[in-house]
Design a protein around this ligand. Structure first.
Ligand SMILES: Cc1cc2nc3c(=O)[nH]c(=O)nc-3n(C[C@H](O)[C@H](O)[C@H](O)COP(=O)(O)OP(=O)(O)OC[C@H]3O[C@@H](n4cnc5c(N)ncnc54)[C@H](O)[C@@H]3O)c2cc1C
Length: 380
């Protein structure tokens, strides 16, 4: 039976939780706010299914039928604006729904925490759009996905590669009607830190809207936008405590430093990401409104991308360029040097003091500041 001794070897994918036939497994939050399986030994029937579905115990099968890469953006301005990158996800989702399929992805719950959910209605897709920068809670969605797959419906499952690894581990069989999309991932931040960030800086306010990657100041320097009943906070993401601490790798999940899903062989049919390196890869396509890289790893993935080509502006690109400008494609997160100290102080310090001590944004160099001013003046 599953027994997590080394946190680096559990991504919290919840395959074991979904697979347990006697509901003996609970996903329990640790002090960092990440979920880990906990077994009720009285309920457990020692079937070992939890171990059989675990991607960390049984190395996942990673393989590519092919490797076709594109740089692209959605030509619908509105859809692109609300998306974090080039707005490719919403097109893939609409295509699946138009063929009678079901789409799984991450949405916010009533407290603006990320949870996985699903829909077969195009009008609900808006709530799935956009990156939520924390680990999204899987709950029982693998079980729901399996039901739809067994009924013969097409299922598009979008999530981190470790969540797709969990889904495939849980399913155990190949389903031709399943298509999986992951994204290049820097690591999943702690939901607890996000919750405390909101409590600290938006205390006694009703949160009405969150967009981690608002494009008001452009996609190159995205903004964190939080609307409450009292204010409309919108600030360059890199200048916020939340993103600054994330980029310093103070609170990504420990297993992100040991990701099983990086590199050339992938678990998904398609990988999407920001097209960082736009000025080298596709300067003619970059208008600072969001540009995506799309890597199709299977025939299924390529066929789905072909089906949305009529709605995107695209060009072929090379995987070497993606890897060159987006190292998170193949490198696991390197935990920050202050990570341990941050968590030691977490319950000791008042949160404002904690964020100020560890998560203060680095001031851009004089050269960068001058460059910004010149760009701003020329832009005007
Ligand atoms: C935690 C995290 C780390 C990322 N790291 C990188 C990176 O290092 N480099 C890079 O190029 N891109 C990264 N991205 C991906 C990028 O921000 C875009 O989401 C991606 O390019 C897709 O953009 P889009 O415009 O096509 O779709 P969007 O409309 O932005 O759709 C995003 C899709 O991802 C799903 N999703 C959102 N948040 C989560 C979550 N927390 N867990 C699981 N699924 C989620 C949504 O359901 C939706 O299906 C990251 C995203 C997240 C959530």
């Amino acid at each position: 039976m599953i027994d997590i001794r080394d946190k680096v070897k559990c991504s919290g994918c919840s395959a074991c939780y979904n697979a347990c036939p006697v509901t003996a497994i609970e996903m329990v939050e640790d002090n960092e706010g990440f979920l880990y399986p906990q077994i009720d030994l009285e309920k457990c029937v020692r079937c070992n299914l939890c171990e059989k579905v675990c991607p960390y115990i049984n190395a996942p099968v990673l393989s590519n039928d092919l490797e076709k890469c594109y740089t692209a953006y959605n030509t619908d301005e509105k859809e692109r604006e609300i998306s974090s990158s080039g707005g490719i996800f919403i097109l893939l989702a609409k295509e699946i729904i138009s063929c009678g399929g079901v789409v799984f992805g991450s949405i916010y719950d009533e407290e603006f925490m990320a949870i996985h959910s699903y829909t077969d209605s195009e009008k609900d897709l808006d709530i799935f759009v956009g990156s939520k920068y924390m680990q999204s809670k899987i709950g029982h969605v693998y079980t729901e996905a399996k039901k739809y797959l067994s009924d013969g419906r097409r299922v598009l499952f979008v999530g981190t590669a470790c969540q797709i690894g969990g889904l495939k581990g849980f399913l155990m069989n190949d389903y031709p009607n399943l298509i999986c999309v992951d994204f290049i991932c820097l690591g999943v931040p702690s939901p607890r830190v996000w919750k405390d960030y909101l409590r600290t800086y938006f205390n006694n306010e009703i949160i009405e809207y969150v967009n981690f990657k608002n494009k008001k100041l452009g996609w190159h320097s995205f903004s964190l936008n939080i609307k409450t009943n009292k204010k409309n906070f919108c600030r360059n993401g890199r200048q916020t405590y939340f993103f600054s601490g994330y980029f310093k790798q103070l609170y990504s999940r420990p297993s992100c430093s040991n990701c099983l899903f990086k590199g050339d062989d992938r678990i998904s049919d398609i990988t999407i990401s920001d097209c960082w390196g736009y000025s080298h890869i596709a300067p003619e396509m970059d208008d600072n409104k969001g540009l995506s890289s799309i890597e199709c790893h299977t025939v299924k993935g390529l066929e789905l991308f072909d089906a949305i080509k009529r709605s995107v502006c695209w060009k072929e690109s090379s995987i070497d360029d993606v890897k060159k400008y987006n190292s998170n494609y193949w490198l696991s997160a390197e935990m920050g040097k202050d990570r341990e100290a941050f968590w030691e102080d977490y319950n000791r310090l008042p949160k404002k003091k904690l964020f100020r001590k560890y998560c203060s944004p680095e001031r851009p160099s004089l050269f960068r500041r001058l460059k910004g001013i010149v760009k701003h003046v020329l832009g005007r």
